[in-house]
Design a protein around this ligand. Sequence first.
Ligand SMILES: Nc1nc2c(ncn2[C@@H]2O[C@H](COP(=O)(O)OP(=O)(O)OP(=O)(O)O)[C@@H](O)[C@H]2O)c(=O)[nH]1
Ligand SMILES: [Mg+2]
Length: 369
Amino acid sequence: MDVIEAISPLLYQLEFQMKILYHTYMSFSVGIVGLPNVGKSTLFKALTKKKIDIAPYPFTTIRPNFGQVQVPDQRLEKIAEIIKPEKITPTVIEFVDIAGLVKGSHKGEGLGNQFLAQIRNCDAILEVVRAFEAPRIEHVAGLINPERDIEIVKTELLMKDLEILENILLKMEKNAKRDKKILKRFEILKKIKDNLARGRSISEIDLTNEEKSEIEEYQFLTLKPILYLLNTNKKQKYSTSGFEYLEMNLKEEEEISELSESERKELSLKPQLDQLILSCYNILDLITFFTVAGGKETRAWTLKKGLKAPQAGGVVHSDFEEKFIKAEVIPWQKLVEASSWVIARERGWIKIVGKDYLVEDGDVIEFKI
Ligand SMILES: Nc1nc2c(ncn2[C@@H]2O[C@H](COP(=O)(O)OP(=O)(O)OP(=O)(O)O)[C@@H](O)[C@H]2O)c(=O)[nH]1
Ligand SMILES: [Mg+2]
């Protein structure tokens, strides 16, 4: 065995850990999850234009594919029209194309447990569900049946959470008797375990905000926001027991993504991917704020809803959070209406805000440190 081959699992682990670190600090990520052969990589390719393996047999994807995707935002374009910067930079979210999972994956079936760790590192789940008919492309669970497939995936995620929870509780039990704080957490986790054992995802359980923050660090799979995407090539109604979903023909989307802008116009083809990217952004509970950098660069940034001005500063530059003194803020529409920063200031539309200012979606911010 040569050296490269020998250390490649290590390198892979390192690469994966770096990516986790990167996305923890730089962007939010959406894991593309689902059974094998349902079109996950087809979607990933359409979104990122990356050359990756797509094939008509199950388990084509083994290692995850990572890709950054720009979030479409007309507000950014409108701001840029008046600022006329040298550079326009949209914000991004990351998509991760994860290996297919099957019944029993949580116990090591199929490609086993590793994919579950990859889902754990994502902030939200985009579940691709197969509804397209293609006799030569095997469906690992038999006939086309979206409802059953959703149930399979849900069960796998649920079983994995249950297994992890049982281990945590076992380790905590002794200390919970001695320490009130630990006991409190123990009781919350116990309540969650009982619900999971009855087949309820953690997101379906009524938890207070305090309970949610107690369990945040565990990154439970069934607590992550989830969006269903039905990959279909037919117009028909599906039995979906009440869950909401988007519907797309992913093969077609992938073909459209290969065309140039003018070819698309000529054929009157409208890709639906922008809508999908925005839906992912929405389930992540994110907002966008903008900076104009004194006219040089107009840029969009992503922030978790409910955060304050210094934390927004921290997204722009690691120094800005600590050294934050104040910021100038204006809603994007007001800036566009004023037609320039100077006029907006003259009209008194730019507010000076301090550390406690709650950032709103669409704010244009100039940080003062
Ligand atoms: N007819 C049809 N084929 C599709 C569609 N989407 C994907 N396929 C085909 O289905 C096969 C599997 O697609 P992939 O994107 O590799 O599926 P995957 O979910 O990534 O599969 P694994 O990596 O094995 O888990 C490929 O041959 C695709 O071309 C679709 O909407 N219609
Ligand atoms: Mg794949």
